[in-house]
Write a new protein. Structure first.
Length: 423
């Protein structure tokens, strides 16, 4: 958005905000951020986070279309770029269509295709979403908790030790729960909600897919006119340099992400445990991105570094020979891969990672099928022949890849014009 400003465009950002007792939606002007005009949608639809939806009717509560007609008209909006459907009422898109404003949607997530964002088996859900399905009953947060987590108070205290402890306990309790079956009425409401989101998608003029993988997954659910353009962000710079990996020390392997099944944490951890059992141990695996630690792990081979900040990436990648991105679910892109490539770090990708399309297998990176056996074979191969890693690093240095935000923004502006936007 900041780069669009540099190109001379006016940019407004509307985001789902906090809840107020009145329950009535309104749009509040906020202080500008780097000349971006900010607006907060008070009393948006609930944000489901990562645990599915328990009460579908809450997520399609009717809203006041006139509120959005007035907002779009008063601020002279000529194009709407949607980055997620979470918290967004359909009335916003209906108002845009009524005003003949073009709508572009970027596929950062699958929310809307299936109410359970992170359901692992997208292919199954594409054809089997019916009243017998209870995927969304996989321990969703209550309405009270969803509302509490969108309050200003929670934003102030979310990083305190007490709240971190409570979040950790909640995660553990959710992981231990079994999926609950819905009532017939709730199952029917889930189907209504799915149709609600499909209607929202039908209002989009052009889809911006951040990977071919995302495009394929969306097309399983709906017919959509779209273009694939990989994404980047302003903090990524080209810092590629040559590395030399030898057998004189353990191979330094890194995982960046939460300790969640869908991200492939269990897959990578179990794979390396099996390697240890077979006395294949010339490696050290560093985990970043989560405050939790498994019980009874071997700290000679595994290190759990906790959460990290963007400014720590240089330090992290300076101690990395190989990054593994082992996602089990279909990840639309994955910024962590682009960040690693910007430092020249070779990556071992699961086939389920959209950003794997940036590389050629065994030339500028490595790809494996997301199962323990295939990951184990790939790791063994790289442990035995580290020159493969060195060669991939050299090839990365010569890749024609977009890190520059201005170059990326020009491609996005081309999409705006393709969607019918005229200046």
């Amino acid at each position: 958005m900041e780069t669009e400003l540099e190109f001379g465009y006016k940019v407004c950002l509307l985001f789902p905000g906090s809840y107020q007792l009145s329950g009535k939606s309104k749009i509040k002007r906020k202080s500008d951020y780097n000349d971006i005009t900010l607006f907060e949608l008070i009393n948006p639809l609930p944000i489901p986070l990562l645990n599915g939806i328990g009460e579908a009717k809450l997520f399609m509560k009717p809203n006041n279309e006139h509120l959005f007609l007035e907002f779009l008209s008063d601020n002279h909006i000529h194009l709407v770029h949607v980055h997620t459907l979470m918290g967004l009422p359909i009335e916003f898109l209906l108002a845009a269509k009524r005003l003949k404003i073009k709508i572009i949607y970027t596929s950062h997530d699958y929310y809307g295709l299936c109410p359970q964002i992170l359901a692992g088996d997208i292919e199954y859900l594409a054809t089997n979403c019916d009243v017998s399905c209870s995927v969304c009953g996989d321990s969703p947060f209550s309405k009270k908790l969803l509302v509490a987590m969108q309050t200003k108070t929670y934003k102030l205290i979310k990083d305190t030790q007490v709240v971190k402890f409570l979040r950790k306990r909640k995660k553990n309790s959710v992981a231990a729960k079994k999926r609950q079956n819905y009532s017939t009425e709730e199952n029917r409401n889930q189907i209504k909600l799915r149709n609600y989101y499909l209607q929202m998608f039908s209002l989009v003029d052009l889809f911006h897919f951040n990977s071919e993988l995302a495009k394929v997954e969306f097309e399983k659910f709906l017919q959509c006119d779209g273009v694939v353009v990989p994404i980047t962000h302003k903090s990524i710079e080209d810092r590629r340099k040559e590395y030399i990996v030898t057998k004189n020390e353990p191979l330094k392997i890194t995982y960046l992400g939460p300790q969640e099944v869908y991200k492939g944490f269990n897959l990578i951890y179990n794979t390396f445990q099996r390697l240890l059992e077979e006395n294949i141990n010339d490696w050290h695996l560093n985990f970043y991105g989560d405050d939790r630690e498994p019980k009874d792990y071997n700290d000679y081979y595994f290190s759990f570094k906790g959460r990290y900040q963007q400014q720590q990436l240089m330090e992290i990648f300076n101690c990395t020979d190989l990054l593994v991105v082992p996602s089990v679910w279909k990840e639309t892109f994955g910024f962590v891969a682009l960040e690693a490539l910007s430092y020249g770090i070779p990556i071992l990708f699961s086939t389920n990672v959209g950003s794997s399309e940036l590389i050629n297998d065994n030339v500028t990176g490595f790809i494996f099928n997301p199962d323990v056996n295939d990951l184990k074979v790939k790791i063994q191969e790289l442990l035995e022949n580290r020159e493969l890693i060195n060669q991939v690093n050299k090839n990365i240095l010569n890749m024609d890849i977009t890190f520059d935000m201005k170059r990326h923004t020009k491609r996005i502006l081309e999409l705006y014009r393709k969607a019918g936007y005229t200046e």
